[in-house]
Design a protein around this ligand. Sequence first.
Ligand SMILES: *Cc1c(COP(=O)(O)O)cnc(C)c1O
Length: 380
Amino acid sequence: MAPSATLSTTIEDPPQPATKQQNAGIAPKTHDTDASSNIQELDASALVLTRTTHPKAIPDASELETMNVTTDHMITCTWTSTTGWQTPQLIPYGPLSLLPTASVLHYATECFEGMKCYRGHDGLIRLFRPDQNCIRMRTSAARISLPDFDPKQLQQLIATLARVEGEKWLPKSEPGTFLYLRPTLIGTEPGLSLRGPKEALLYIVALRFPTMNGPQVVTSSDDAVSVENEGAAAQGLKLLASSEDMVRAWPGGFGFAKVGANYGPSFLANAEAIERGYDQILWLFGPQNEITEAGASNFFVVWVTQNGGLQLVTAPLKDQVILNGVTRRSVLDLARTRLQSSMGGVNSLEVVERKFNMADIEQAVDEGRMVEAFVCGTAV
Ligand SMILES: *Cc1c(COP(=O)(O)O)cnc(C)c1O
């Protein structure tokens, strides 16, 4: 797999022969670090593939809008505290079987990832920095008492699902299409005892979402040309600042982890934003109204400082209140490597991760120093 420094990973390199993987699945390897233990590590090379006999038809654009179009297959792997990770399986997409007392259903022992697999204009299928998502999922799992795993093994499972589904679901004739991949880990142990689950299930599903770049509208006048996407993006997003009784995350909490428990309680604030004519909620924290993030995406502003310099600002990771977005990090990396020194007549941009609040924004707007604000995340 690609080193973490590369932006994307091509996943069409050597196709894995299914028979070899099936053989490997019969006798899963164990990676014992301790000779007395039979606890197995997550082992992507042991994957057993069972292909569907009822492949789905690829739905038309209007059906994709439902955000509920799953592909033909999913990957599953069970874990118990006494045996470790079992043989991973690629199987037809379908319902899970859980007992009503399963840990996840009562105590929200769940974490997930969201990433995309793209059909490029050069015909290749790529994942974007999948190593970052796999490392983050391990961090999230630890916060919610779910089992540990080698992130490289998870990445290999994700790449296999992308490879199996990409060929059909991302036709070569449709560059720019993508699958949204959702690796998920849940506590499945039945019983209502208040402790980390001793049984868990890892699964990865893929959904075909509608493409996001709508038709472009180009307008020109004597002194300006503007290119905008049709629809919401043309007007920009309107964010509603969260109220005091709607706090997404707090220092010492779990806002930094992609755990399901962060999202259910946020829908109420989001619904209010939509009802009042906004697109998203802007999550504030504390008496100073510090700006953290927006919906499930990270938030940036570009402003001119009081000293006259151009600055890109986003909230810091230090307090563990915001999600460490892969897109956030990529924006910061790109800005630091490409924009920090002036080139080609473009002013240099100072890149800062620091706390900032609503008063700072109001002042910048009042003083005419605000340049732009944007949100970023894989899904949006
Ligand atoms: C997933 C998520 C993001 C964006 O992270 P990416 O890795 O860029 O997709 C930002 N904030 C929250 C709360 C999220 O759940």
